[in-house]
Design a protein around this ligand. Structure first.
Ligand code: 6IA
Length: 151
């Protein structure tokens, strides 16, 4: 399972600690292609990379990923773009939004029934949601693979 995790970078780093917890959890379920998103910006070692290099690298990863998991509490143009791109590529998309009262989720995400939007207060609930989502996803991938093999 190749997982593309999306979280705000230039949109603001307020939720970096939450990204760490989610990514650590996702690593039990597959390969997180974008693990660096939870690192401190200085450690990302990407300052010297050009924007078009970053864009092309991330789009290549999105293309080969099986699922997109986005933490959408801190609004980010890049994360919004990645969600829309993953949706048009037919990838399953999970959007996690921390509901703590002062921020509200964009209607372009919250109103889209094709995205799996989960609003949480306690991070533990978000991780449980991921567990059940991935269990279903793996079951459906297994059923599709069996059909291909057995006809
Ligand atoms: O608009 P944003 O920067 O908040 O967009 C964040 C999203 O776009 C993330 O989910 C990433 O997948 C992708 N992205 C945007 N910028 C970068 C990046 N820049 N490195 C990797 N992925 C990125 C590094 C520059 C940084 C050292 C300032």
């Amino acid at each position: 399972m190749k997982i593309y995790f999306a979280g705000s970078i230039r949109g603001g780093r307020d939720d970096q600690k939450v990204y760490v917890e989610i990514i650590e959890h996702l690593k039990n379920m597959g390969t997180v292609l974008t693990e660096h998103i939870c690192n401190d910006l200085a450690e990302m070692g990407e300052e010297e990379k050009t924007d078009d290099w970053i864009f092309n690298r991330d789009m290549d990863w999105l293309n080969v990923s099986d699922v997109l998991v986005a933490e959408v509490t801190t609004p980010s143009l890049g994360v919004g773009y990645e969600i829309s791109k993953a949706e048009s590529l037919g990838k399953p998309v999970i959007c996690l939004f921390r509901n703590f009262g002062t921020k509200s989720l964009s209607a372009m995400i919250g109103g889209n029934k094709d995205l799996n939007v989960y609003r949480y207060v306690d991070i533990k609930d978000a991780l449980k949601y991921l567990d059940s989502f991935f269990e279903q996803l793996m079951r459906s991938q297994f059923a599709t693979a069996s059909k291909v093999i057995n006809g």
